[in-house]
Design a protein around this ligand. Structure first.
Ligand code: 4AD
Ligand code: MG
Length: 429
């Protein structure tokens, strides 16, 4: 019977078949230890000379790393074995003898690994990271689905900018041109007016010229949007959402976090409420600690790290100056210079993982903002209709999946949190 490595605990004492790839091998004369990985784990298979016929035994002795094979044998629990189980092999069949595998278990330079990303994915830490990514995605969907949010996905080909015109990817669209979506938000707003509370979740694109450890040109964003929500509602939703993702992942991915050597103590502290500080307070804090930052500008990585270092949990910075934020944000009625917005900054230098706001719901103000930002009113007429026909206060946010996964995994660079990262100088493989 075929069993996955992660299910072996259920099969102790039984004969099972494991199908996978040779991860590592060592032999001591009449006995060989084959470590086989199958995506769910690694199991050591013990092959003795008497169990296999001679030619099979010899073939295994020279089997290169990453050769594919099928092993049948009795499963035994053994605390000393990597993974806790062993297979006493009765039969080994080799599916393919791999060529000389370019990635050894020793370390390689990052350029080489990125060039071989399609193979690098098979490494233990990469597998653990991608398994955590899948768990985070599931947690995201579970959170919204169980709270009555309706999934309403936004288009990827769009006629206009959402997050500023400087990071747009332009594509030909028959005789016309279109842009790859920077954010599904504007469409999610339309969907929220139809369905009450919605979320969209898909790939988004930014022609980021910045070569940092937090920027991809293609990344996934989940964006809830709620009718009749104000900024406080948005902040509460954000802290509950993040806490749910973290606790779910801690519960389901113990093995993966161990492989990544993640210290989970700080993640365990991620529960609502999160600290809230205003942009003004953040500026004061930064200038007092010697940062050269003037009121009015957005924060970069050094400022975000300085802010988040003061707290154990993610911190919510609200009410940034309107001038450094997007056109659709609602102005603060208490202070017209400010936007009713929030950025959630994750601990440990990860930086902003959520950007959100209450949306400008007044037609005339929005028209003015579109003009001030030199955006094409024509391509946003449909969006203005949302303010013409039953406009209501509403808001939402976008959470960047890869930054969130990088934070939970404790991964230094965001490129390892997506199977095939797209970056300024990287589009192969
Ligand atoms: O702050 P941003 O630009 O917000 C929006 O796009 C809003 N329209 C979302 C909304 O309110 N519905 O981006 C949201 C998040 C960031 O906090 C960050 O986590 C992630 O998207 N993000 C990136 N992740 C990886 N690479 C990039 N280049 C990113 N740009 C933004
Ligand atoms: Mg932002």
């Amino acid at each position: 019977m075929h069993a996955y490595v992660e299910e072996l605990a259920k099969h102790v004492g039984q004969e099972v078949t494991v199908k996978g790839w040779l991860y590592n091998r060592r032999s001591s004369g009449k006995i060989q230890f084959l470590q086989v990985r199958d995506g769910t784990g690694i199991v050591q298979c013990i092959l003795t000379e008497d169990a296999a016929d001679k030619s099979r035994f010899e073939a295994c002795e020279h089997l290169p790393q990453e050769s594919s094979l099928v092993v049948t044998g009795v499963c035994r629990a053994d605390k000393r074995a990597p993974g806790g189980f062993e297979l006493t092999a009765r039969e080994v069949s080799i599916v393919q003898v791999a060529q000389n595998y370019p990635i050894s278990l020793q370390s390689h330079g990052i350029g080489f690994l990125m060039e071989h990303r399609h193979l690098w994915l098979r490494s233990r830490k990469q597998v653990a990271t991608l398994r955590i990514r899948a768990t985070v995605i599931k947690a995201i969907r579970d959170f919204f689905d169980s709270r009555g949010f309706i999934l309403a996905d936004s288009p990827i080909l769009t006629p206009a900018a959402c997050e500023g015109t400087s990071t747009l990817f332009e594509v030909g669209y028959f005789d016309d041109k279109a842009y790859l979506s920077q954010s599904g938000q504007l469409y999610a707003e339309a969907a929220a007016m139809a369905l009450g509370k919605v979320y969209c979740f898909g790939p988004t694109f930014r022609a980021e010229r910045s070569k940092t450890r937090r920027h991809l040109t293609e990344f996934w964003m989940v964006e809830p949007e709620v009718a009749f929500a104000d900024l406080d509602d948005v902040m509460r939703l954000a802290e509950e959402f993040i806490s749910f993702i973290v606790s779910t992942t801690l519960g389901r991915c113990k093995e993966e976090l161990k492989v990544l050597e993640r210290d989970t103590v700080r993640l365990e502290k991620v529960t609502p409420p999160f600290p809230r500080i205003s942009y003004d307070e953040a500026i004061k804090m930064l200038t007092e600690s010697g940062h050269d930052i003037k009121w009015g500008g957005d924060f970069g990585a050094p400022e975000e790290t300085a802010i988040s270092d003061r707290y154990e949990k993610p911190v919510m910075v609200h009410r940034y100056p309107m001038a450094c934020k997007a056109f659709y944000m609602k102005t603060d009625p208490q202070d017209e210079r400010l936007a009713l917005c929030v950025d959630v900054i994750a601990p440990e230098g990860v930086g902003e993982i959520i950007g959100g706001s209450q949306r400008e719901d007044r037609l005339e103000v929005l028209e003015k903002r579109i003009a001030e930002n030199n955006l094409s009113k024509e391509s946003l007429e449909w969006y203005l209709d949302l303010r013409r026909f039953g406009s209501v206060p509403h808001g939402g946010f976008g959470l960047g999946l890869e930054r969130t996964v990088a934070w939970i995994c404790g991964t230094e660079h965001i490129r390892e949190t997506i199977p095939f990262p797209r970056m300024l100088y990287r589009i192969y493989p």
